[in-house]
Write a protein that binds this ligand. Structure first.
Ligand SMILES: [Zn+2]
Length: 192
């Protein structure tokens, strides 16, 4: 099974309501950014198919697909694929899981994959080199929590201005109730 399919079938559940989360291909959103994302591509049968309007010397709309770890630009052979590929790479594409339950709106729970890292395998095809769960993110009370699965760190931000308040070894919230999470974070903030 491809790395991507393996990741998609994990059925990641929301930390708060325990429901299965929605899956999209998205671009990276900076925590402090208010810019709207460029990409919101839904997953259909383990595939992502979308059109990209590239603001590059090749100024046109391109069909792109990502399936079974392979990114394909559906273009003719004379197309300058390296310009397209680097334009795509520059928006930090990745997979995002999010909870669409209205009850969880205030907690804004997300899981992000790593930003895609590809190797070229054909003139218009690129293969994912690795793929993994990267960041878990949610809001609780006046804090935002970011769990970094790769560096095994937990970062806590001030929700109102995204200032970093606290950084520690990874805290696993997955087995905690919401009240326990709140208490845990409160006690951390009192001690820090
Ligand atoms: Zn939820």
């Amino acid at each position: 099974m491809s790395m991507l399919n393996n990741f998609l079938k994990q059925k990641n559940k929301c930390l708060f309501c325990k429901k299965n989360m929605n899956i999209i291909l998205s671009n990276f959103i900076n925590l402090s950014s208010i810019k709207k994302p460029l990409l919101r591509v839904k997953c259909k049968k383990n595939e992502f198919n979308f059109k990209l309007a590239f603001n590059t010397p090749i100024d046109k709309i391109i069909d792109v697909s990502l399936a079974k770890d392979i990114l394909t630009f559906h273009v003719d052979k004379d197309c300058n694929i390296d310009i397209l590929f680097s334009a795509f790479n520059n928006i930090y594409p990745h997979i995002e899981f999010y909870c669409s339950n209205k009850k969880c709106k205030n907690n804004a729970y997300y899981i992000y994959s790593n930003i895609f890292d590809f190797e070229k395998i054909d003139f218009n095809k690129f293969k994912l080199k690795y793929f993994e769960k990267y960041i878990e993110y949610f809001s609780i009370d006046e804090y935002c929590v970011q769990n970094d699965f790769k560096d095994k760190k937990t970062l806590i931000y001030d929700r109102s201005n995204y200032n970093l308040l606290f950084k520690s070894e990874f805290i696993d919230f997955s087995k905690m109730t919401e009240d326990r999470m709140k208490n845990k974070i409160k006690s951390i903030m009192i001690l820090s």
